[in-house]
Write a protein that binds this ligand. Sequence first.
Ligand SMILES: Cc1cc2nc3c(=O)[nH]c(=O)nc-3n(C[C@H](O)[C@H](O)[C@H](O)COP(=O)(O)O)c2cc1C
Length: 307
Amino acid sequence: MTQVDPRLLRNAFGSFMTGVTVVTAVRADGAPVGFTANSFSSVSLDPPLLLVCPGKFLSSYETFANCTNFAVNVLSEGQEGISNIFASSKDDRFAQVPHHLDAHGVPLITGAAVQFSCTTNRIVPAGDHCILIGQVDAFSHADAAGLGYVNGHYFSLGLERAPFVEKSGPAVCGAIVESGDSVLMVVTKDGLRPPHCTHTDRGRLINDLRDTLIAKGIDADLGQAYSVFESVAPRAHNTYFLATGHIKTTNSGIVAVPIADLAQQSFASAPIARMMSRFALEQQTRTFGLYLGDTEEGATHHSTLRT
Ligand SMILES: Cc1cc2nc3c(=O)[nH]c(=O)nc-3n(C[C@H](O)[C@H](O)[C@H](O)COP(=O)(O)O)c2cc1C
């Protein structure tokens, strides 16, 4: 039999996109226990069965390997913090997370996209894990987008799709292009702004942004969406991406502004000034979030990187 490198296998398993759940039960002494799991799967509709795989390394393994009842909470977008608590916190996990008890006295996590209350149907030994199969006694399904997980990163379909959601009015698509310690900006009569294009056909936005950058003499690789907002004057749907690149041709109206000097610059609009000051700050730690909102209100979403 050929040897399988466990580290490579772990990475290979990790490329399967999943949701994230918190599995809960009650210890013999009455204390609630729970752990983060992405080994969840639906199994059968009739009877209604699901499964999850607790690892033997869990401090709560004995509880799950012998439980009569347990619950599976499918986490919703924005619950990365709860996932991290149930994956690593050494403090009382339930003291940090709002929850209530189901009919079996098992904790259900408030705000989860789905909560399944189960009676154990079968426990199958499986290597360094076991397969815990549960019969669903009750479940509640909120209208919330689930939290996703792949290759050690959380993701959220709602947030990933947001930049591409159809809205009326013209769309502006721009790029904050990092070039070494500087960022490449266009000089306009109103002040600096990232290179951008404006379009009414949103299907072509990213291609047009690429063409715009080439036309301005910028060779760039586009990265993650960084800021998505509605502006009123001018009325537009704005999407800005992060990018890295360099200027290929001079005299194209592009200047390289040192990131350390961004705070002293005059920008073409208040939303651009706010976006660039967030960029200057986040660039120091390289923890870039995604801003979603309008020019008045919004929130920055930070996905957490786990290794
Ligand atoms: C996204 C994610 C998915 C996980 N999936 C599982 C899983 O399916 N089974 C498992 O035993 N541990 C899984 N873990 C690891 C456990 O959550 C973690 O080892 C556990 O909470 C540690 O709890 P303990 O300190 O009580 O042992 C996962 C962790 C993360 C972050």
